[in-house]
Design a protein around this ligand. Sequence first.
Ligand code: GDP
Ligand code: MG
Length: 165
Amino acid sequence: ALPVYGAPGTSKERTFIAVKPDGVQRNLVGEIISRFERRGYKLVGLKLLVPPVELAKEHYADLSSKPFFAGLVDYMTNGRAPVVGMVWEGPSVIKQGRIMLGATDPKNSGTGTIRGDFCLSIGRNIVHGSDSAESAEKEISLWFGGKGEVVNWTSNNEEWVISEN
Ligand code: GDP
Ligand code: MG
């Protein structure tokens, strides 16, 4: 049977990746998209927005008791720069996306990762990526919940990138 779009563990697994306002401000949108494209992942959702406060609070709900929560929500939503939200599809994209991002704190992010190559501070770490299948499902529906916002399509070079065995 063909894999269902978005099903974790299949070649059509999906994750939510975002360039945060500092990444947009620093002109790293193209660099970050390019890294996922070149790896072979497929872009299936893309939008530029200043997220509403309620969206950011829900997105980071698991951190609501942290001392930095208010600052984090403000930084994501104050409009000094927008966020670029994306959905990427492909084998192991949730786990590999996190590896491509690097550790949350850039002090510990390896060179070659996005954070390890482009940032210095945990509070300005330029990208977000879903950390599990559950988070990916929640975040994709939160950011791309409207009809047709995530696009199912077949890449012409898919057979040169993905082998099912
Ligand atoms: P992530 O999944 O790697 O982004 O990390 P978390 O889910 O633990 O935290 C979400 C985001 O909150 C991080 O990417 C940081 O932008 C921010 N954050 C986490 N810990 C800290 C902290 O100790 N201080 C500050 N200022 N921000 C933090
Ligand atoms: Mg997280």
